[in-house]
Design a protein around this ligand. Structure first.
Ligand SMILES: *[C@@H]1O[C@H](CO)[C@@H](O)[C@H](O)[C@H]1NC(C)=O
Ligand SMILES: *[C@@H]1O[C@H](CO)[C@@H](O)[C@H](O)[C@H]1NC(C)=O
Length: 256
């Protein structure tokens, strides 16, 4: 534990979360945007479905923790939506059960504190042709189709509307780009930098528009140790100093 404490934002989900610090990923971008404002904590588990999430939910988010997260961004669904395997093994979770699992996750997260906010990310599309190319002998019968992704995405969005949970419709957001099939993924499933930028834009939009008190949009949050100092660089007038603590011009993209 290092101090002073900053608000904690937890990214909880499957591979799209675990890999989100790689390849210009959305987790890394959020960590940059929220530097000196919030700690972005990665709790991503490659290949997991919502059943596995439920198994560890209370360990990852203990109810009696001293500090509860200010924001939890949750993504499960990509693996759940894969077709069932004839052996009964594998990541598939039937749609109705997926929805009930996500409901339990939302109920638990809401119970952590009055100010723990939640954003769900719905299931993004995949590049089906690319996936078919990559089919290897290691995995048998794993079926991943956009029809399935869309159904799981829609079910997640409906649940969020019913439960008054904020949601990013990743299914739709990624496909707004004409070249989404080639631009958004590294391997047909996982997000490339271009796909991640869309995820960040959508998350920031939610954070900006939500009527949450306190606001969790980065521009509204205090910058740690951001006060003026005589040790900063001296201005042209030779009498004052220039405070760099809120500078953002190093960023390729000026996020809003
Ligand atoms: C689901 O898990 C498999 C590995 O078991 C992985 O290859 C796939 O990319 C995962 N998909 C998502 C969207 O999490
Ligand atoms: C997706 O949902 C539609 C409408 O509910 C349904 O007709 C279709 O069978 C579903 N597709 C799959 C692959 O489950």
């Amino acid at each position: 534990m290092v101090g002073p404490r900053r608000p904690q934002f937890v990214l909880f989900g499957s591979s799209i979360v675990q890999l989100s610090y790689s390849n210009g990923g959305w987790g890394a971008i959020l960590a940059d945007i929220y530097s000196r404002k919030a700690d972005i904590l990665l709790r991503g588990y490659y290949g997991w479905n919502s059943r596995r999430a439920l198994q560890v939910l209370h360990q990852v988010f203990p109810k009696d923790a001293d500090v509860q997260p200010s924001l939890v961004i949750v993504y499960f669904g990509g693996n759940d939506s894969m077709g069932p395997h004839s052996s009964g093994l594998g990541p598939h979770v039937p749609l109705n059960e997926y929805v009930e699992n996500m409901r339990k996750i939302a109920v638990h997260l809401k119970s952590l504190s009055d100010t723990t906010r939640i954003i769900f990310l719905s299931c993004p599309p995949v590049n089906e042709a690319r996936l078919r190319e990559g089919t290897s002998g290691i995995f048998s019968e794993l079926v991943r189709t956009n029809e399935l992704c869309r159904n799981y995405s829609e079910a997640c969005i409906n649940l969020c509307q019913e439960m008054d949970v904020k949601v990013v419709d990743l299914w739709t957001a990624l496909q707004k780009r004409d070249d989404w099939l080639t631009a958004c993924f590294t391997d047909g499933v996982h997000l490339a930098a271009e796909g991640s930028k869309i995820v960040v834009e959508e998350i920031l939009k939610v954070l900006k528009e939500a009527d949450w008190e306190p606001c969790l949009h980065w521009k509204s949050m205090p910058t740690e140790f951001g006060e003026d100092s005589p040790y900063d660089l001296v201005a042209f007038d030779g009498k004052t100093t220039i405070n760099p603590s809120e500078w953002t011009f190093h960023r390729e993209i000026q996020w809003d």
